[in-house]
Design a protein around this ligand. Structure first.
Ligand code: HMG
Ligand code: MG
Length: 298
């Protein structure tokens, strides 16, 4: 039984751009974020407060949030790995933050320079501070199917971290197939393990399209009652700490599929396509979205 509607979490300006080598200036990022918000997307992850030495593209995040023209009804969110990041986010009035852990020890070390347990300890004060300020916190789990350093990840390892993030107070847990290796079989096994400890209403799926499996994996998640989908306009991105990871599934492709099935997303398709071409032009390439390319060719 499919849901009547889903929420799309647009991660292009963050997850997408963070791995693009071409540095995009703040004004172009602001324009992109504006186009996305005006296309009807209700959640735009617009930056991250991490070390600029680790992720140079995100160094503009304070400026972005400072200058944002907020569209009412849209949540503008950012990643915060520690209290330093959380405080920087609060200084520029970020609406909502996300903490990000992993189901793989090696990936946790490479991505945020600490073990999974240490990462949860660093997140704990963020949860307390966020609660005090009435700020909602989303939790990510990376490498939910495979890890670039460890290979296959056990579904139980994912369920365990997801449950811990939920128990810490995250209102939603986004399950990330960071390197896009999942198929409906492995994704199904992983989701079943997580659904045994976290209800579907608290879950989101976050697929990268490295092996071209993202849409079919989203379909699998929808059939299990999950109603929040992360995607990036124009299929931007990858992950700086996962070699070979390609972009997130393209928002255009997701919306096309949802429209076909008859699931409401609230997105104006034409405006979304325009946003994808805008940022792709800045990157000197066409959008990595089959739907977008097919629509242009018509
Ligand atoms: P660390 O080196 O362990 O931290 O890095 P530290 O506390 O020892 O500090 C080292 C330096 O970083 C210091 O500066 C700090 O001030 C600075 P220095 O004295 O050397 O000049 N620093 C910061 N600067 C700005 N903002 C901060 C901050 N914290 C410390 N918040 C840290 C730990 C987490 C900071 C680092 O490892 C880092 O920034 N990592 C980047 C992680 C990242 O952004 N990864 C990509 C996002 S995750 C992802 O894409 C996956 C996801 O999409 C889901 C999926 O696809 O699966 C979410
Ligand atoms: Mg990602």
């Amino acid at each position: 039984q499919f849901p009547n509607s889903v929420k799309i979490v647009e991660v292009g300006p963050r997850d997408g751009l963070q791995n693009e080598k071409t540095l995009i200036d703040a004004d172009d990022k602001l324009r992109l974020i504006d186009m996305l918000a005006n296309s009807g997307l209700s959640y735009v992850e617009s930056g991250s407060f991490v070390s600029p030495k680790w992720v140079p593209q995100m160094a503009t995040s304070s400026e972005i949030f400072d200058k944002l023209n907020k569209v009412s009804g849209v949540t503008y969110a950012a990643l915060t790995p520690n209290m330093k990041g959380f405080e920087a986010a609060m200084a520029v009035n970020v609406d909502e933050v996300a903490i990000f852990g992993a189901a793989s020890e090696s990936f946790s070390q490479k991505n945020i320079n600490c073990s999974i347990d240490e990462s949860l300890a660093r997140f704990a004060p963020i949860m307390v501070a966020a609660k005090g300020k009435g700020i909602k916190v989303r939790g990510y789990v990376s490498c939910v199917v495979g890890c670039p350093y460890e290979g296959d990840i056990a579904p139980q390892a994912v369920a365990s971290v997801a449950k811990k993030l939920l128990d810490m107070g995250c209102y939603e847990i986004s399950l990330g197939d960071t390197i896009g290796v999942g198929t409906p079989a492995s994704v199904s096994a992983m989701l079943d393990a997580v659904l045994a400890v976290v209800p579907a209403e608290k879950l989101a799926v976050h697929f990268h399209d490295t092996y071209g499996q993202a849409l079919t994996n989203i379909y699998t998640a929808l059939s299990k009652g999950i109603r929040v989908i992360d995607s990036a306009v124009a299929g931007l991105g990858g992950c700086p700490y996962a070699k070979g990871a390609s972009g997130n599934v393209a928002t255009e492709d997701v919306v096309y599929m949802l429209n076909g099935i008859g699931i409401e997303s609230g997105v104006n398709f034409d405006k979304l396509l325009e946003a994808g071409w805008f940022i792709s032009d800045k990157l000197n390439r066409a959008p990595i979205s089959k739907v977008s390319q097919a629509m242009r060719a018509k």
